[in-house]
Design a protein around this ligand. Structure first.
Ligand code: NAD
Length: 492
């Protein structure tokens, strides 16, 4: 039976509201959501204050024990229903993602389908048994078990670039394992990263009070890290803010999961098919305007092939129209705000001033930043050293495989890496030397799977992972239980 609803996202239901025990007025008033492509007013959501957050967290902690005691099969049923509702309403929801986040229509459709897949994987995880008996080793005649229990209330804080998906992957995993959730989306994508999620779980019949969607700014995020009712924080965003979140959670002795930035090396070996490699580089560097944590942020190519690769990418860049994906056929939409364009223009200018070649692009019009190609990029240039988070293909050249690995490992980040080469064993051997959380051989790095543990090393995270087996690893903790048939006396 279809779960589609003609006005699923009816704005009158949530204008000026946050979702906290139903749709309620936020203490911080309203917050306008605008389209990055043209500044058009899209809607007004409620703007939460830290006080709203505290109220939400307290309410969530009251109902969480009931959810924890609910059989996994029941939790799975509700999650699966939410996935079904999300997909059934995709035609209505995708245009919101397009307008609010500047996504192209295929990116928005893919984000919805992918999010539904992650909810279903979390639903399946809810059915898993992670309780085991232990051997009693000290002769105390006790039956011993270790069981895994949810943390309680999980605070989720997410980024703007895949607003629905990044929020869902944490929320679904936390709910599946019996936690309640208080979620703060990025205020620039409060609809795709918040309202849509509230609506699908509301319609799926998730018991009231288990999921709170509190749209607000950094002050609300900071309050999540301080709140005594919140036991764990799942954060997706920049390494700079992640460090603050980690520090606050450490001070408050909360578990924290940090999914942070990346400067992902994509190594093209000399035996690679250059046309195929160029196509992989173009996708990895420019998809969603390069606003992807696992984007191909540093393309490493043998010096003798650098010109060929730069020319192939430049030709592709000329064929990729930039525009408003809500009204035009385009391959690239806008960046999230104009300030990002200015920041990225400065990175390109820095590279050129220090000797890099700009082949195409490099200048924005408003929020529209075209596909850009830089070659001859070297350490010491911002384009080499920093995560760009924009549509810039950064080409640096290497002398041999050792040099390629050394250049890739100059970054403090360690999220994803990829190697393209004709000899798959050699490509894998090169890849094995990278310090990354995801390694892709003969593929570009913008890939994620509901069954795979996602996360990075170095400054890309704190050693935690999200999704796949990490659902149980991160969103639950062990309890050791011993049971004696009857109490017996001790020497005292
Ligand atoms: P950001 O760190 O500025 O913001 C992320 C979230 O943190 C937002 O919801 C924001 O409101 C909130 N926030 C801001 N200040 C806070 C504070 N003091 N305490 C708590 N929360 C606070 O991120 P951004 O720059 O907007 O997003 C892009 C970054 O996110 C890039 O670095 C990108 O690589 C990273 N990212 C990582 C992943 C991943 O899975 N590893 C996925 C997407 C994006």
């Amino acid at each position: 039976m279809s779960q589609a609803n003609n006005d699923f996202l009816d704005v009158s239901r949530w204008t000026g509201k946050i979702y906290s025990n139903g749709w309620v007025t936020a203490q911080g008033g309203t917050q306008t959501v605008t389209a990055p492509a043209n500044g058009a007013h899209l809607a007004d959501v409620g703007r939460a204050t830290p006080d709203d957050l505290r109220t939400a967290a307290a309410a969530a902690s009251l109902v969480q024990p009931v959810w924890e005691a609910t059989p996994g099969a029941e939790r799975a049923k509700i999650l699966n229903k939410a996935a079904e509702i999300l997909q059934a309403n995709a035609d209505e929801l995708a245009p919101w993602i397009v307008r609010e986040s500047g996504a192209t229509a295929p990116k928005a459709a893919n984000e919805i389908a992918h999010s539904a897949g992650f909810i279903r994987a979390a639903a399946a995880a809810a059915l898993e048994n992670h309780n085991t008996t232990l051997k009693s080793v000290d002769g105390r005649n006790a039956q011993e078990e270790m069981i895994r229990v949810p943390h309680g209330v999980v605070g989720v804080i997410s980024a703007f670039n895949f607003p629905l998906f990044l929020s869902i992957r944490a929320i679904a995993g936390a709910l599946a394992t019996g936690n309640a959730v208080v979620h703060k989306p990025d205020p620039r994508t409060a609809i795709s990263g918040g309202v849509i999620i509230a609506r699908i779980f509301e319609e799926a019949g998730l018991p009231m009070g288990l999921l709170h969607i509190i749209s607000g700014g950094g002050d609300v995020g900071a309050a999540i890290c301080e709140d005594p009712n919140i036991a764990m924080v799942s954060f997706t965003g920049s390494s700079a803010v992640g460090a603050k979140v980690g520090e606050a959670c450490g001070r408050n002795l909360k578990k924290v999961q940090l999914e942070l930035g990346g400067k992902n090396a994509m190594i093209v070996l000399d035996d690679a098919d250059m046309d195929v490699a160029a196509s992989n580089c173009a996708w990895g560097a420019w998809i969603h305007q390069g606003q992807v944590c696992i984007a191909a942020g540093l393309i490493l190519v043998p010096a003798a092939k650098a010109e060929t690769l730069a020319a192939a990418l430049t030709a592709k860049a000329h064929r990729l129209p930039v525009g408003d994906p809500a009204t035009e056929q385009c391959a690239l939409g806008p960046l999230i705000v104009e300030a990002e364009c200015k920041r990225i223009e400065a990175i390109v200018e820095d590279a050129v001033a220090k000797g890099a070649t700009l082949h195409v692009g490099g200048k924005a019009k408003g929020t529209m930043f075209p596909a850009t190609v830089l070659s001859g990029v070297k350490p010491g240039m911002r384009a080499f050293d920093e995560e760009i988070f924009g549509p810039v293909a950064v080409i640096a050249s290497f002398d041999d495989d050792d040099h390629a690995v050394a250049l890739a490992k100059m970054s403090d980040f360690g999220l994803a890496g990829s190697v393209i080469g004709g000899d798959v064993a050699r490509a894998r051997a090169v890849g094995n030397r990278l310090r990354v959380g995801h390694l892709h051989i003969n593929d570009q790095p913008v890939i994620s799977s509901p069954l795979a543990p996602f996360g990075g090393r170095g400054k890309s995270g704190n050693g935690t992972r999200i999704s796949g087996p990490a659902i149980w690893e991160e969103f639950t903790q062990y309890v050791w239980i011993t049971t004696k048939p009857a109490a017996t006396a001790y020497p005292f």
